[in-house]
Design a binder for this molecule. Structure first.
Ligand SMILES: [Zn+2]
Length: 468
């Protein structure tokens, strides 16, 4: 099988090259180049994501791209998380003028995310920390190059037919499948933790020749997710019985909408008290509107419930607080309430103001529904530090702390393996990317051992050749 793959040194007119430029040996900064080997062949990028991590890692976002952006034929986007889209405006700033292809929800959420990320970049630039990665004009230019295609709608570009397949990770998320002279190369993007309350399951891939797969949870399995709805219900009930406030730090894309969906269902089925629910994050509010715009991207159950009521994310108890004055006024309302706000790890955003107000209250609860990164306020609180420092003040933690796992939007190790198994009969090689090295190596070994399929972890910056 290894005969199919040679290094770049031997090019042939019937071959493709894949360069692993970002999201390789690391989770973030997804950026892959698929190119025809022949002269003047097409050059496609898959994702152009932001590198996220330590300051030193993030400085790499300013490095020149390892290819000429002007020479790229087209860019395909798997989904709207920043680590898959965050450097698009820089690519445009550096001269890329080709089309950008994605599903419609990905384009809409990407526009919101890029504008939001520019806000952060501008604050950093004001501190004199670094120059701006891109400007508002670059975002505008990028959006003008954007073209949308639904799942399964073929995009024909020369000898390529490209198709988006549902990856079930966030609204509009896609795997990108390239069909070229009878061969199929699939870039997985991020793969969803199916079944999701809102989205259809990840589509099975059964006939790929080459697979580039994510491995964020390549070395771990999630806790059982079946109990999470019951746990959420219990936490809401207990907090309301005490007469306290329930704070939920949440990511703006997918996590917030999943929580709103579950809370809305619980209220409509009289399973929890009808207390006010504040959605207190301008970005989450904007993204939730996109979710409302694309009900055809929901799964069957969510669509059924949407048709019975007056649309999802729309119920009498839900209060949208767009301005900072509206956000501040939440403190004046009844203590029995639920606040969903960003950021998901409490390292900024409006949630920290609520934490400052309600962490000292013994009746209130802080519910951590996601991974809390090292060094974030969420992690500090989760680790039991007391008091904590918020906005320069020492804040005692007297509120209840609850953790609900199982809200991850990524497949775990067993389910990644099961996904690869679907195409084990046809796949010639699996390239394991978008994970920490330890995680990628672990999944690679499992794919080899359990499925007998050839799998490797490419080196960052490596180019491989596929003979067609
Ligand atoms: Zn993602």
């Amino acid at each position: 099988m290894s005969n199919n793959l040679k290094t770049v040194a031997t090019t042939s007119s019937h071959s493709l090259k894949i360069s692993f430029l970002g999201g390789t040996e690391m989770v973030t900064g997804s950026n892959f180049l698929l190119a025809e080997s022949k002269p003047d062949g097409q050059k496609f990028l898959i994702d152009c994501g932001l590198i996220q991590g330590t300051k030193k890692d993030e400085e790499k976002n300013h490095d020149p791209f390892p290819y000429d952006p002007k020479a790229i034929s087209a860019l395909f986007i798997t989904h709207a998380h920043l680590d898959h889209i965050g450097r698009i405006p820089k690519l445009v700033k550096d001269g890329f003028r080709g089309p950008i292809y994605s599903t419609p929800p990905t384009r809409d959420i990407a526009h919101i995310s890029l504008k939001d990320s520019l806000g952060f970049l501008e604050r950093d630039a004001e501190d004199g920390k670094q120059e701006l990665l891109f400007t508002e004009a670059d975002i505008k230019q990028a959006m003008s190059q954007w073209k949308v295609f639904g799942y399964h709608e073929p995009i024909v570009l020369g000898d390529f037919t490209v198709v988006f397949r549902d990856s079930g990770h966030i609204l509009g998320s896609a795997m990108v499948e390239f069909n070229y002279q009878g061969k199929k190369i699939v870039f997985s993007g991020d793969l969803g933790n199916s079944p999701s309350p809102l989205l259809p399951d990840t589509e099975a891939i059964t006939d790929a020749d080459y697979l580039i797969i994510e491995s964020v949870y390549g070395d771990r399995n999630h806790e059982d997710r079946s109990e999470r709805r019951q746990r959420l219900e219990d936490v809401i009930e207990e907090t309301m019985r005490r007469g306290g406030t329930l704070m939920i730090p949440a990511f703006s894309i997918e996590r917030t909408q999943e929580l709103l969906y579950e809370i809305e269902n619980m209220m409509e089925n009289s399973r929890i008290p009808l207390v006010p629910v504040f959605l207190d994050s301008p970005m989450a509010i904007a993204v939730t509107k996109v979710y409302r715009d694309y009900p055809e991207y929901f799964n069957k159950d969510a669509n059924e419930i949407r048709r019975l009521g007056d649309g999802l994310f729309h119920f009498p108890q839900l209060h949208i607080t767009l301005t900072s004055n509206e956000s501040k006024a939440i403190l004046e309302t009844t203590p029995r309430k639920i606040i969903i706000a960003g950021s998901g790890m409490s390292n900024g955003g409006r949630i920290i103001h609520h934490e400052k107000n309600y962490l000292p209250d013994t009746k209130s609860t802080l519910l951590l529904a996601g991974y809390q990164g090292l060094g974030t306020l969420g992690r500090v609180i989760q680790d039991g530090t007391n008091p904590v420092k918020i906005l320069g003040e020492s804040v005692p933690v007297r509120a209840h702390l609850e953790n609900i796992r199982g809200y991850s939007a990524h497949k775990d190790s067993d389910h990644l393996l099961e996904f690869v198994k679907g195409t084990a009969d046809t796949v010639k090689k699996v390239f394991v990317c978008m994970g920490e090295l330890k995680s990628s190596l672990f999944l690679t070994q499992r794919i080899r051992d359990y499925l007998g399929v050839e799998a490797v972890v490419p080196k960052a910056g490596e180019t491989i050749e596929i003979k067609i």
